[in-house]
Design a protein around this ligand. Structure first.
Ligand SMILES: [Zn+2]
Length: 476
């Protein structure tokens, strides 16, 4: 298996530190607001990485933190006149409300909170001061970047150039403008913890170094996050952890690409973002998940409703084919026919698609190619069904392929093939059935305008309508 390592800028063979096991740390959200769809991408992708490792037989230790103390948290609390703790617990709850619809595997995942690991952070800062990599000025502690010769190695930048480009703050007490805060003296009415440097709170970067070290050890396999975290966050994590522990820290650094809207990076600062919950009002988490996995994780995703509808249609193709299989099994009891050419060709295609799925995933988690292989399989399956009569079909291979496709979608990609057909758009199955039937009748009466109106509204709500000879079916 190969992974693109941001650290080396190369595709590298994945060699776990401990045989048959993978330790992963992925930076989690700062819980001061609802998450947007840019935040959802790493959640979906790294959950899929975890699932694929498990499918391959690895035991995975997956850690994703919550940053529940930070400047943004304090600003939000002040804005609303409530405590930072209240902001944190509110948005952690909202986070789970949103992400529970993305089918993220929570089982066995560790989700530490920064505020529950303050003593570990203080210990780390202490060792950095002892090792000569950090210094204290008036209750603030800074990392001395000049003390670490490899600073800039993750983002492939030279320290001198970084220093020249750094913003020098007024009244800056730091030795270098690039030195970053490890511990910050608290202002009045800010959350604070006792430390050897007085009352204060941790800097953002030290939180992840402390939590990854505590839960995965000073060396672990994979550190992940969005590309926007490479610098300075992950660069600083490396500096802190390597200098405090004298060891290697994360072996492989994986970063997912941005989400673009009309060619521009989606971001809160540009105000061109969608909240995850806004999208989930119209489309199911399942469709969003499938849409995100249909692109390679390192490439930007162009986000639009058209693309979501396309993903939804693609997923419906798979769902419809499985429905065909279901119908067939009701029709015939058990027939074994391995003699015909259609069977031989289908088995060949089945084997090719299976190995293509694995080799694509083994090639730096190329989910786009892997999904492509499954679509080829679905196509071959339809051909096999179309070109064989009921007496000529082999039921055992159909059952086998059905189990395979379901397992790949639901367990590895985390995309459910049978969705709970309610909740996401606020409509119940009965109501959708009624609207679909109503449209069918209007169509029969040649009342096209109303029929189209109903169809468009349902499509907008993430419901796909498919007209057949004598009926209309739908899925979400
Ligand atoms: Zn982090």
């Amino acid at each position: 298996m190969k992974i693109y390592n941001t650290l080396t800028g190369k595709l590298e063979e994945f060699l776990p530190i401990k045989k048959n096991s993978v330790s992963m740390y992925v930076c989690g959200p700062t819980v001061y607001n609802y998450i947007h769809i840019g935040n959802a991408r790493p959640l979906i992708f790294f959950d899929t990485v975890r699932r694929y490792f498990e499918y391959k037989g690895y035991a995975v230790n997956f850690v994703q933190n919550f940053t529940d103390i930070d400047d943004k948290m304090i600003d939000k609390a002040n804005e609303e006149g409530v405590s930072v703790k209240e902001i944190a617990s509110r948005y952690i709850e909202e986070y789970f409300k949103d992400t529970s619809r993305l089918n993220i595997k929570e089982e066995g995942m560790l989700r530490p909170k920064a505020t529950e690991n303050i003593s570990e952070m203080i210990e780390l800062v202490k060792s950095l001061i002892d090792n000569g990599h950090a210094y204290e000025i008036d209750g603030d502690v800074y990392f001395d970047i000049k003390s670490y010769k490899d600073y800039g190695k993750l983002s492939h930048q030279k320290v001198d150039e970084l220093i020249n480009g750094a913003r020098v703050e007024v009244n800056d007490k730091k030795r270098s403008p690039l030195d970053f805060t490890l511990w910050k003296k608290s202002k009045e009415n800010e959350p604070k913890w006792d430390s050897p440097w007085g009352e204060g709170r941790p800097g953002w970067h030290i939180e992840c170094s402390a939590m990854s070290g505590k839960y995965l050890g000073s060396e672990f396999d994979i550190h992940g996050g969005g590309q926007d975290l490479i610098f300075p966050h992950h660069e600083n994590e490396i500096a802190q952890s390597v200098c405090a522990n004298g060891s290697g820290f994360a072996k492989y650094w994986m970063h997912n690409g941005y989400i673009n809207i009309k060619g521009e990076k989606m971001s809160k600062s540009k105000n061109n973002f969608f909240l995850l919950r806004e999208i989930l009002e119209k489309y199911s988490g399942n469709i969003l998940r499938f849409f995100m996995l249909s692109s390679h994780y390192r490439k930007p995703i162009e986000f639009s409703e058209d693309e979501l509808i396309m993903a939804s249609n693609g997923l419906a193709r798979v769902q419809n084919t499985l429905q065909r299989l279901d119908d067939i099994k009701f029709d015939i009891k058990s027939i074994s026919n391995k003699e015909c050419t259609a069977y031989t060709e289908f088995v060949k295609e089945y084997e090719t698609c299976k190995s293509k799925f694995d080799s694509s995933m083994d090639d730096d988690f190329n989910t786009a190619m892997a999904i492509g292989a499954i679509f080829e399989l679905v196509k071959a399956l339809n051909i096999y069904i179309d070109t064989t009569s009921e007496e000529n079909r082999d039921i055992s291979i159909l059952k086998d392929v059905e189990i395979y496709i379901k397992n790949i979608f639901e367990e590895v990609l985390g995309v459910k093939l049978i969705e709970e057909k309610q909740g996401n758009n606020g409509l119940t199955v009965e109501l959708i059935d009624f609207l679909v039937q109503l449209r069918w009748e209007e169509k029969q009466n040649k009342n096209w305008a109303l029929a189209d109106k109903i169809r468009n509204k349902l499509t907008e709500m993430g419901i796909n309508i498919k007209d057949q000879k004598d009926k209309t079916t739908w899925n979400m």
